[in-house]
Design a protein around this ligand. Structure first.
Ligand SMILES: [Zn+2]
Length: 370
């Protein structure tokens, strides 16, 4: 209960700060708690209304639990989505694929909207933008054809709709980045700092919510954001959710889910025995080429049909993707597994009895073939 009260207080304070911070930029001095983000991380198209807009609204601050999408009894946070038919079929499946990654790795499930009253409508916009959190009814997310169709850029806009601000707007950002105000003339409002709810998780340079070093620069070649103390740390990737992005979604929505963006990985406690009920998912994501997955060690509880503990591998980013390796258990070795797509999902499940030392795995990207 204390934690909940604390969260509500935090949410209130954070939103209040937004309201205050925007009053100077807006004629609107209403208590307006819905914040509207507009920004273009990857394009040169001018922002037509500034980065953040207040929306006239009647909500009181304490109601702002309603800025989050509700969790259903099964523990899932279903977010109904409709994708405009202004996008081609290929674009729609690309957008759906980017959202599926969020659905696989977190307890947020983007589902096709049927009759739900509150939903996200992904439209072809003149800029890349989103509301902040759930606003009720149909809420648009704007994507520009050549501006924000990278997987991570789509996830970025949807993350706003889930309630996330920009990483470099965090309250503690000055410990991690320096804002180069002298290189920002027109869009200073995009570089504000808020009294954010940081969820007890670290600042993340590799978040899809972080601006790039040169975004909104008024001086070509001059950065607007420089990481400190090491200015060479890359910022502003849009390849896809980072592990901390995943953790933050699960934390904000109070879900316990083991899921990771994988590099090399192993079962919990490896090489000591994994605990009972230690289920986890690993998503391998590359830009192109093939994925070669190797299990360097493998030792799972043996059961008929591997119904107790198992590893299962999918070619794709969800448990409904084609199966590359069906439930596998017992002792290895396993042959190496080759996937032709850019994502592979590895599922590990263990039941409530008998454990073993588990597994360790890693992957390589295939070489370019002519
Ligand atoms: Zn944004």
């Amino acid at each position: 209960l204390l934690y909940t009260l604390f969260s509500i207080f935090h949410t209130f304070f954070f939103l209040k700060m937004f309201t205050i911070s925007m009053e100077n930029n807006s004629q609107n001095s209403d208590v307006a708690l819905n914040v509207h983000f507009l920004h273009l991380p990857d394009s040169e198209i001018a922002v037509y209304e500034g980065d953040i807009l207040l929306r006239r609204g009647q909500r009181s601050a304490i109601n702002c639990e309603s800025c989050l999408w509700p969790k259903s009894l099964d523990g899932l946070v279903k977010v109904p989505v409709n994708i405009s038919s202004d996008f081609s079929l290929a674009e729609r499946s690309w957008i759906a694929d980017a959202l599926q990654e969020v659905s696989t790795l977190t307890c947020v499930k983007f589902v096709n909207r049927t009759t739900e009253a509150d939903y996200v409508y992904v439209e072809r916009g003149q800029s890349c933008w989103s509301y902040f959190g759930k606003i009720g009814g149909r809420q648009a997310v704007g994507l520009v054809k050549n501006g924000c169709m990278d997987k991570g850029a789509i996830q970025h806009e949807m993350n706003h709709a889930l309630g996330f601000i920009h990483e470099q707007a965090r309250s503690d950002r000055d410990k991690f980045v320096k804002i180069m105000w002298e290189h920002i003339t027109a869009e200073q409002g995009n570089f504000g700092k808020v009294n954010s709810k940081n969820l007890g998780l670290p600042y993340d340079y590799s978040s899809v919510m972080h601006y790039g070093a040169y975004d909104f620069s008024s001086t070509p070649g001059k950065p607007t954001i420089v990481p400190v103390p090491n200015p060479l740390v890359p910022i502003g990737q849009r390849e896809g959710l980072s592990n901390l992005d995943v953790a933050k979604i699960n934390k904000l929505y109070k879900c316990s889910k083991c899921s990771k963006i994988a590099s090399s990985f192993s079962s919990v406690n490896y090489p000591s025995p994994y605990p009972n009920n230690s289920n986890c998912l690993w998503l391998i994501r590359i830009r192109r080429n093939k994925i070669f997955l190797q299990f360097e060690a493998f030792d799972l509880q043996t059961s008929s049909d591997c119904s107790s503990d198992y590893v299962k591998v999918y070619s794709g980013n969800s448990k409904s993707s084609p199966v590359l390796l069906d439930k596998y258990c017992g002792q290895g070795p396993l042959p190496s597994i080759v996937a032709s797509g850019s994502t592979v999902l590895v599922e590990f499940a263990s039941d409530e009895t008998v454990t073993a030392t588990g597994f360790r795995a890693s992957y390589n990207r295939g070489m370019n073939t002519p």
